[in-house]
Design a binder for this molecule. Structure first.
Ligand code: HEC
Length: 118
């Protein structure tokens, strides 16, 4: 019972992330909440997020990540991105990113947008 509810919830989130309208909202949320630090190219403030979705965690050579994130390993799956955006410090203690996104709906829209960054 619990398992099928979770599967249904996951399907709903997946459909949500795939929606082009929400990717547009994600673009807007990104412009307001992320772009201040995350530009097209990496800067001392933050790494570029081009290709980040599905890519290696702390995988860029042109940014000096926190030791914890560098040692984390794995890839930026939807679940990892969701956990990171919920609380960078909980995902990786000592994380240099201090911003978080409390709304699950906003996180889903932003993750949809991150997938468009190549
Ligand atoms: C105040 C600056 C700042 C803002 C605003 C910010 N970030 Fe970050 N972000 C960082 C820094 C710094 C890192 C590197 C973290 C570390 O090394 O621990 C990072 C890392 C990341 C990573 C991991 C990148 C990688 O190469 O592994 C993702 C994904 C990310 N941010 C997404 C976002 C999103 C989405 C937003 C908007 C909701 C956002 N960030 C807002 C500074 C920021």
């Amino acid at each position: 019972m619990i398992r099928s509810t979770a599967a249904a919830a996951f399907a709903a989130v997946a459909a949500f992330v795939a929606s082009p309208a929400l990717a547009a909202d994600g673009a807007q949320l990104f412009a307001m909440q992320c772009k201040l630090c995350h530009q097209a190219a990496s800067s001392p403030l933050a790494p570029s997020l081009a290709g980040v979705a599905g890519g290696k965690i702390a995988g860029r050579a042109d940014f000096n990540y926190s030791p914890g994130l560098k040692a984390k390993g794995g890839t930026w799956t939807d679940a990892n991105l969701n956990a990171w955006l919920t609380s960078p410090a909980a995902f990786s203690p000592g994380a240099k990113m201090v911003v978080n996104v409390p709304s699950a709906e906003s996180r889903a829209a932003i993750i949809g947008y991150l997938k468009t960054l190549k």
